[in-house]
Write a protein that binds this ligand. Structure first.
Ligand code: NAD
Length: 354
């Protein structure tokens, strides 16, 4: 038996695959379209590992997905594949509709066909876990309680609207067809292999290269941060013990204003790799025009996951962010490859024809 991970060359997916194979001998079939955000270099340590089967392809390719499910006798699917960057969704929503909605639909259809043809014991053991975001719940005011699983969906960006649509499809496939699904809605992740267009890796990289650290608007937008490996452990827990058809919010109770996050990064960098002129990296902070429709606050209530499934994050924001900064300092060649044509060359060399 094996599990099918989609989007396993992206930020969270690659962390999940690495963590999974560090703890289990079960084969991981990794289906990824390798968009700009998919980076097989994240999985370079698995090049010679027969337990990792990488397949270059689209979740929207019904025949491909059904073929993989049958060929590898898949017992669970974990769906990370998505277009995930809010700014990109504002400038060009089309890809978000195609992958997050149409792609998820075709993936569900292939999984439904496969699951219908399983023997009853295998049908009962099968799981489809859909990885989603807290952004589907919309934006909170300062005094509002954090998002619970019962909150109404109020997505505000094309990204969150497309994720909300996929969450609804997953729910409907459970209610209509009995497909054994689970959904997780997680807060903002940070950690190793984060594409350097997102706030934390962008600021670390810009700081080190002497560039401005851009802060949208007043920098008081609040996000709830979770170290990526804690998200991975939550997904493993839900996959193993979650109740079918249920939704689990995942978060670490770490609400921070964006400006405070950037100041924290600057303070850690000042300590670990001081600027040549002895000044603080905070001098590079620059305020830029706010993103249109920017949600003010996200916060996750993870009580259900903690109480019912006994999950707890291993990292606090302070320990996780320090590990993250250290990882970027230790892996500058990874960042430089992502940011340069070398990444494309590496891709062509190592993954030609796959
Ligand atoms: P990412 O953009 O880093 O990775 C997405 C991966 O999916 C990439 O490897 C990409 O090549 C692949 N992909 C895109 N379209 C595909 C398609 N049609 N078929 C197959 N593969 C495709 O994203 P991420 O930050 O790792 O997020 C993974 C999932 O977790 C997403 O579903 C996202 O909505 C969700 N999520 C992310 C966060 C976060 O903070 N990053 C928080 C909560 C939930």
């Amino acid at each position: 038996m094996s599990i099918l991970v989609t989007g396993g060359a992206g930020f969270i997916g690659s962390n999940f695959v690495l963590d999974w194979l560090a703890q289990s001998d079960e084969t991981v079939v990794n289906l990824d379209k390798l968009t700009y955000a998919g980076n097989p270099e994240n999985l370079a340590s698995l090049q010679a590992d027969a337990r990792h089967v990488f397949v270059h392809g689209d979740i929207g390719d019904y025949d491909l997905v059904l073929g993989l499910l049958n060929q590898h006798q898949v017992r669970a699917v974990v769906n990370f594949a998505a277009e995930s960057h809010v700014d990109r969704s504002i400038h060009g929503p089309e890809d978000f509709i195609q992958t997050n909605i149409v792609g998820s639909f075709r993936l569900l259809e292939a999984v439904r066909e496969y699951w219908n043809n399983l023997q009853s014991a295998e049908q009962q053991a099968f799981r489809f876990l859909h990885v989603s975001t807290d952004e589907v719940y919309g934006s909170l005011e300062k005094a509002d309680p954090p998002f619970a699983e019962t909150n109404q969906y109020q997505p505000n960006s094309p990204y969150s609207a497309s994720k909300a649509a996929s969450d609804h499809l997953v729910r409907a496939y459970h209610h209509t067809y009995g497909l054994p699904v689970l959904t997780t809605n997680c807060s903002n992740n940070y950690g190793p292999y984060h594409f350097p267009e997102k706030l934390i890796p962008l600021c670390i990289q810009n700081a080190l290269s002497g560039k401005p650290l851009p802060i949208y608007g007043d920098g008081q937008q609040i996000r709830d941060w979770l170290f990526v490996k804690d998200h991975c452990s939550a997904i493993r827990r839900v996959l193993a013990a979650g109740k079918l058809g249920e939704v689990y919010n995942v978060g670490g109770w770490n609400e921070k204003a964006n400006l405070d996050v950037v100041h924290t990064l600057c303070a850690i960098l000042d300590e670990l790799q001081p600027r040549a002129d002895g000044k603080s990296y905070a001098e590079q902070i620059t305020y830029v025009k706010d993103r249109p429709g920017h949600d003010r606050r996200y916060a996750i209530d993870a009580t259900k996951l903690e109480r019912e499934l006994g999950w707890k994050p291993a990292e606090t924001f302070e320990t996780g962010i320090r590990k993250t900064v250290q990882w970027y300092l230790d892996n500058q060649s990874w960042v430089n490859n992502v940011l340069s044509g070398d990444y494309q060359a590496w891709l062509d060399k190592n993954y030609a024809g796959r």
